[in-house]
Design a protein around this ligand. Structure first.
Ligand SMILES: Cc1cc2nc3c(=O)[nH]c(=O)nc-3n(C[C@H](O)[C@H](O)[C@H](O)COP(=O)(O)O)c2cc1C
Length: 254
């Protein structure tokens, strides 16, 4: 097994970190890795905001509703960046405005997510740990205001990382055969049956883990997540439109 795969198979989210800065030479390498990530059409339509101001970290922690966000040694917010594409188009006297399209939005969104995971692999290979922050989208408009994001940009995902001060157990996953389909989509007759063993495994994981012990199962988490979608998160496309992207929802089939 390669060292890379060993690190990937040992992945655990780390939420607590030592109060210690990452070595500048390691940071340089991590930035190079982000920059080397594959990118849709080579357009590089995403950017990263590195947050170093403690006040901004506090404000983001409030949006995330997760107190540990304020103490993250490194905090990056990946964003869709059609703004740079627009600027380039204007400087080249290009007359169209396709940079407003959802096609460009999704190119930037995918690029941002891929950069974040490429960075995470590199972080873990250095013996550091990382936590994703999807919770920045609990309130997309406030995130935009906090970071002063201009039109044609949009937050995708946060990532915090540093030297781990935590050693959580590995969280079990459902069987790969439920996710890996061959030549088309297949479904079991009953997911409750197909997932019964996994639910037991998760119950054991939550019962026996060191921190935050609780009684829980995966299938209960699914219904709880569905019942708890924050209102501002559910209305995310309204903010995408406010940022200048064209949803083209009223154009019928044309
Ligand atoms: C897109 C995405 C968003 C996430 N958002 C958060 C978050 O806001 N806060 C958090 O503590 N963990 C977050 N996580 C981490 C997940 O909770 C974690 O990956 C999952 O519970 C599995 O645990 P593991 O990564 O330790 O295997 C996120 C993960 C992903 C992939």
């Amino acid at each position: 097994m390669t060292e890379t795969i060993k690190h990937q198979l040992n992945h655990r989210t780390i939420r607590f970190f030592e109060d210690r800065a990452i070595k500048p030479e390691d940071l340089d390498q991590l930035w190079d890795v982000m920059n080397r990530t594959a990118t849709s059409n080579g357009l590089q339509a995403s950017s990263i905001i590195r947050v170093t101001d403690p006040q901004i970290k506090d404000d983001i922690a409030k949006v995330c509703n997760q107190f540990y966000v304020a103490d993250l040694p490194e905090l990056y917010i990946f964003i869709v960046d059609s703004r740079r594409i627009q600027r380039i188009a204007e400087e080249k006297n290009y007359k169209g405005d396709e940079y407003r399209s959802m096609d460009f939005f999704f190119k930037g969104f995918t690029d941002g997510a891929l950069m974040a995971q490429n960075l995470t692999n590199a972080i873990e290979s250095l013996g550091l740990g990382a936590v994703y922050l999807g919770s920045i989208l609990n309130d997309p408009q406030t995130m935009i205001d906090i970071l002063g994001l201009p039109e044609l940009t949009f937050p995708v995902l946060g990532l915090g990382f540093g030297y781990p001060n935590d050693n959580p157990e590995k969280k079990p996953r459902m069987k790969m055969e439920l996710k890996l389909h061959e030549n088309g989509y297949t479904e079991p007759d009953s997911y409750m049956e197909a997932l019964a063993e996994y639910d037991q495994e998760m119950t054991h994981y939550y019962d026996t883990r060191q921190k935050n012990q609780r009684s829980d199962t995966y299938t209960d988490q699914v219904t709880r997540a569905l019942a708890n979608v924050p209102e501002k998160r559910a209305k995310i496309m309204q903010v995408v439109e406010r940022q200048g992207f064209d949803l083209k929802l009223n154009n019928g089939n044309d």
